[in-house]
Design a protein around this ligand. Structure first.
Ligand code: 5RP
Length: 291
């Protein structure tokens, strides 16, 4: 017989086991591995993430600021919550002793020389597992000629991700002539969530962004877009998180800044501490001389 009988008090039978929920919107019914990867990507204390996006080379080659990822990005790693990159950069440049969660670009097949929306799945989920990825990202072009193809790319990745416990970030990609407004992003984000992505990356819009986050049942992270003056980028991030975004996945506004380390510190203050844009700009200015 086990010794349980004489150690009854060690079982604390009067205390029900806690059944905690989960801090991220729409994620409470996911499996443990999926939740654990999300909890590494999003900071459980703030419920938000500062993900650094450096995947641009997958369509546009050596983007300004990413010519030497080893020199420009590796020093920023300690200052982000997660890195969004391609598996090529991960294997060739990102130190494997980094404990940062890596979210991997899993779509590709187009370049800036042609129609960007003509993408395919560009990475097997098995490789994401091999690389210990915290998630994968895939572009969805709602309203483009390749709408169905890009949605299908995502749903196949979602199925594979569910098999392995790897979350999928669905990215709302906007074609050149498409209108970037709340109505469009409500449509795109909702479709992406309905079809199974665990979180969505989308652009900020001045009017009605809160309706985009409210109608999306999973977390939204804000995409940065083209380089803006620092105060404008910090204001955009502030508005996005104030209006329901669970953080940012920003690239050019960080790595094309004159002082990327100072800029990522300012973005962190906005995202995790609700710093006001002007206060975050002061953080940027104070740290700027250090690079
Ligand atoms: C576009 C992407 C990009 O490849 C990238 O992540 C964008 O980052 P940023 O616009 O902040 O430079 O996902 O949808």
């Amino acid at each position: 017989m086990p010794e349980a009988d004489k150690e009854g008090e060690r079982y604390q039978a009067d205390k029900p086991q806690a059944a905690p929920g989960f801090f991220l919107k729409g994620s409470h019914q996911l499996d443990w591995g999926m939740k654990n990867r999300l909890a590494r990507t999003f900071n459980p204390a703030s419920g938000r993430t500062v993900m650094l996006a450096i995947d641009h080379g997958y369509i546009q080659g050596p983007t300004t600021g990413l010519e030497r990822v080893d020199l420009s990005i590796v020093p920023l790693l300690p200052h982000c919550d997660a890195l969004f990159c391609t598996r090529g950069i991960l294997r060739s440049v990102i130190p494997a002793d980094s404990t940062k969660p890596m979210v991997l670009r899993a779509s590709g097949g187009a370049s800036i020389l042609k129609d960007l929306s003509n993408e395919q799945i560009a990475m097997d989920m098995e490789d994401a597992v091999r690389l210990n990825a915290a998630g994968v990202g895939v572009q969805i072009y709602i309203g483009s000629d390749y709408e169905t193809q890009t949605i299908h790319n995502m749903t196949r990745l979602v199925d594979a991700g569910l098999r392995f416990g790897i979350p999928v970030m669905g990215i709302t990609a906007v074609g050149k002539d498409m209108k970037r407004d709340a109505q469009y992003f409500r449509l795109a984000c909702r479709i992406i969530a309905e079809l199974g992505a665990q979180y969505v990356k989308t652009y900020y819009v001045e009017d009605g962004f809160e309706t985009v986050t409210a109608s999306c049942p999973v977390p939204i992270v804000m995409a940065g877009g083209k380089k803006l003056p620092e105060l404008d980028a910090l204001t955009m991030a502030y508005n996005a998180v104030s209006q329901g975004a669970a953080g940012v996945d920003m690239g050019r506004n960080i790595f094309q800044s004159d002082a990327p380390k100072a800029m990522i510190a300012a973005v962190n203050a906005v995202v995790h501490q609700n710093a006001k844009p002007k206060d975050a700009l002061e953080i940027y200015k104070t740290l700027k001389p250090k690079g």
